[in-house]
Write a protein that binds this ligand. Structure first.
Ligand code: PLP
Length: 437
């Protein structure tokens, strides 16, 4: 049967999420009797982190004693929660906001698709390469063509290549916004304030707005301090994104929010922001319970000591992974200073056709075979690692919209012995793979 008209959106092919796609293959391999170490998804809870009892008690108390936590909330979010967030934002200095500048979403995934869906299709937002694919895919899908990127420089701690950013903006007059992911997924890079200022200056010179995904802003370590967009944005229109998925961590709550900066400075930006708010209004509102809980958890005296403890553990893992993987010939690795990921890059020429790892059993080898034929070289390594050692990571090229070859690991494994073991296995596997041909 034919459809009367084409029902497929022109951007449909741009929607890719390798981070979850690889799970299907991993599950099939698991059925052959190989234990899989899942290191593909940034879900601390799935990886075994235990949410502290005091946070659970706050949630439980709200569920049992606050009947209104079962109801709808206002479209923008609960006023007291937005008031709390605005107050916390304002005491840090920088751009000042009111509760009216805050809009809650069902997780940042929801906000990401909403901001790009409501952007004029010819207006493009340039994003980092490597890229967190929820942003790059949604942006590409909104315009029906591939995402435009600026380089994060692996030879310079993964900091943005400012010349490349300027060059791309000049070459693509339809670029109207700059996306920052800070701290960054997948590299673990934290933007230094001077680079952030340079990017704000570029936005100012070219009449661009800035989107800054700051979902990991409280997950920084190794002596770096995180600078929020709000601290340097001055008069440039901007959107900052935050959430509780990674911080509490409570990804299943589906709760995140955006903060609009400087709507009063640009009428078009204000109109665009209104269209985002109107889109949320059509959906009624976002999840109520996590909004009820948010100020109680974040204002609790145990909150920041708890985050400090988690950050110290990420830092220990970042240093350990770096100490082992940076010694493997053919790899380029930097310590992570934020979020909980590390990008392991293959040096140019290290990967070649035909390299392999012996699969743990014959069936596992059969399962990955069809994927090896038309895949990028880093994806071939990732499938070999999966079938041979049962470790599931994400390839950089297809998973993070990158022209670089590598893979992303997470620093989430709570058990240090298991973490170290996995890193040693990855290091040995890379050596075996690169030496196999
Ligand atoms: C940079 C970044 N932004 C947004 C998200 C999505 O967060 P949420 O759970 O709020 O949808 C993630 C999840 O991994 C992320 O890494």
């Amino acid at each position: 049967m034919r459809m009367r008209n084409n029902i497929v959106h022109p951007g449909a092919d741009e929607l890719k999420y390798e981070i979850r796609k690889i799970v299907e293959v991993g599950e099939n391999i698991e059925k052959t009797g190989i234990k899989i170490i899942w290191d593909n998804i940034g879900d601390p809870v799935a990886k075994g982190e235990i949410v502290p009892n005091w946070i659970k008690e706050i949630v439980a108390d709200t569920v049992i004693n606050d009947n209104s936590s079962y109801g709808y909330s206002p479209t923008k979010g609960l006023f007291v929660t937005r008031e709390y967030i605005a107050h916390e934002r304002n005491i840090e200095g920088g751009v000042q906001i009111t509760p009216d500048d805050i809009l809650f979403f069902n997780g940042l995934g929801d906000s990401i698709s909403t901001i790009y869906n409501n952007l004029h299709e010819s207006a493009r937002v340039i994003g980092p390469n490597p890229a967190y694919s929820t942003h790059s895919s949604a942006e590409a899908a909104h315009s029906g063509s591939s995402h435009i990127t600026y380089r994060l420089d692996p030879k310079n701690n993964w900091y943005p290549d400012i010349d490349d950013l300027k060059d791309q903006i000049e070459r693509h007059p339809n670029i109207t916004g700059i996306l920052l992911i800070n701290p960054d997924n997948p590299t673990g890079m934290v933007l230094p304030q001077n680079i952030l200022r340079q990017i704000v200056e570029i936005a100012l010179q070219n009449d661009l707005f800035i989107v800054s995904d700051e979902i990991y802003s409280n997950l920084c370590y190794g002596g770096v301090t995180h600078s929020k967009l709000a601290s340097v944005i001055e008069n440039v229109p901007g959107i900052a994104m935050r959430g509780i998925s990674k911080e509490f961590p409570w990804p299943g709550a589906r709760c995140g929010w955006v903060e609009f900066y400087n709507r009063d400075k640009n009428a078009q930006f204000a109109r665009y922001a209104k269209s985002i708010i109107d889109a949320k209004m059509l959906q009624v509102c976002s999840t109520t319970l996590p909004q009820k809980v948010l100020p109680k958890v974040m204002s609790d005296l145990r909150y920041y000591p708890y985050l400090n403890k988690r950050n110290a553990a990420f830092w220990e893992k970042s240093q350990f992974a770096h100490s082992i993987l940076s010694k493997v010939p053919g790899l380029l690795v930097h310590k992570s200073y934020g979020a909980f990921y590390m990008t392991i890059l293959f040096e140019k020429g290290a990967l070649r056709e035909g390299q392999f790892l012996k699969p743990a059993n014959k069936l596992a080898g059969e399962i990955i075979k069809p994927f090896l034929e038309s895949s990028s070289l880093d994806k071939c390594f990732v499938y070999n690692l999966l079938a041979s050692r049962g470790i599931c990571v994400v390839p950089l090229s297809s998973g993070f919209n990158s022209d670089l070859l590598g893979f992303r690991i997470t620093l989430l494994e709570p058990d240090m012995t298991s973490f170290k073991n996995t890193i040693h296995i990855i290091a040995e596997s890379v050596k075996d793979y690169l030496n196999s041909k």
